[in-house]
Design a protein around this ligand. Structure first.
Ligand code: F6P
Length: 344
């Protein structure tokens, strides 16, 4: 058995832990492992090399991915998808473990459904928006970074009696904003799931001031819906191969901070956490999650249960059909947002 492993989409801490788990479990069964470099791009280009024991040594705690990542979509052109199938044969692969989010796993689903390619998935994305799993690798580390940042911003905001608007990633799901905001004691959160308003925010900031809290921490998700701020993806420039625009180009945090100053007269600043949320060492939770999901992926391959994704439901690792996992994104329940509102 020769297993190819790849990591696609945005990197997150915990990817190396997952790669190590896939390799270590494979070696126990006497399987060979191949590193498919830079996501699906490596299968398109035939950039595939043996993954050896020494390559996976000492990587458990290291962020990034030793395989490299890309947002290559082989289905942007059917000819590329065909080349991938040829390379699969040429490099003698028997299975692929695709570690990624909705895009990478979406490609895995198509390869399995349309070409019966023996592929299994492992969910990773700091956005935490893959269906069928409670958690994706990288989310816990990202919200831990957000929480640390909010703790630090609280002290300076309070010392200077300012509002600080903190922009976080998450694309079309507010997991990072809502969980990070809850854990970091945000005084207001804007998220994609529930439309917020600047009027409501400013009234809230003013009320806080009247009640003696002369500072406010506002978390805004890059994909948030805010009544008074127009949102047209067309104006945000080029799209990637999966059709996504760069949401950081909205400059939401700065716009919200300026509006707070204009509408309330209070001093406001903005901070964009950006790719810091995808850096550093993985948390304990992400290391263990990545390890459990990576091992399970090899079990799926061993049992020839292709077209499935290793997932965490409750505290159990389960197998979920890739088709189900990629049927849409998993957004945050409104109840959780309502819970966060208790602390506004
Ligand atoms: O999907 C993960 C993610 O970090 C999103 O939250 C964000 O919108 C996007 O990737 C940023 O992508 P890039 O690193 O390509 O700018």
């Amino acid at each position: 058995m020769r297993i190819g492993v790849l990591t696609g989409g945005g990197d997150v801490p915990g990817l190396n832990a997952a790669i190590r788990a896939v390799a270590r479990r494979s070696f126990i069964y006497g399987y060979e492992v191949r590193a498919i470099k830079n996501g699906w791009g490596g299968l398109v280009e035939g950039n595939i090399v043996p993954l050896t024991r020494s390559m996976i040594s000492g990587i458990l705690h290291v962020g990034g991915t030793i395989l490299g990542a890309s947002r290559t979509n082989p289905f942007r052109d059917k000819a590329l998808a065909r080349i991938c199938l040829d390379h699969f044969q040429e490099f003698g692969l028997d299975a692929i473990v695709a570690i990624g989010g909705e895009d990478t796993l979406g490609v895995a689903t198509r390869f399995y459904e349309e070409y019966e390619l023996p592929v299994v998935g492992v969910p990773k994305t700091m956005d935490n928006d893959v269906r069928g799993t409670d958690y994706c690798i990288g989310f816990d580390t990202a919200v831990t970074t957000v929480t640390d940042a909010l703790d630090k911003l609280h002290t300076t905001a309070s010392a200077h009696h300012r509002a600080i608007v903190v922009e976080v990633m998450g694309r079309h799901a507010g997991w990072v904003a809502i969980i990070g905001g809850l854990a970091g004691g945000a005084d207001y959160i804007f998220t994609p799931e529930v439309e917020g308003s600047l009027e409501d925010l400013c009234e809230h900031v003013q009320n806080r001031w009247r009640q003696g809290s002369t500072f406010s921490i506002i978390v805004v998700s890059e994909g948030a819906r805010i009544k008074e701020i127009a949102y047209s993806e067309e104006e945000l420039g080029a799209r990637d191969e999966f059709g996504h625009v760069r949401l950081d180009r909205r400059g939401l945090a700065e716009t919200v901070a300026k509006e707070i100053e204009r509408r309330t007269g209070f001093e406001a600043r903005s901070v964009v956490l950006g790719h810091l949320q995808r850096g550093g060492s993985p948390t304990v939770f992400d290391r263990v999650l990545a390890t459990r999901l990576g091992v399970h992926a090899v079990e799926l391959v061993k049992d020839k249960q292709f077209g499935y994704m290793a997932a965490l439901q409750g505290n159990k690792v389960v197998s979920v059909p890739l088709k189900e996992a990629t049927s849409g994104i998993k957004t945050v329940d409104v109840e959780l947002y309502e819970l966060a509102r208790t602390f506004f």
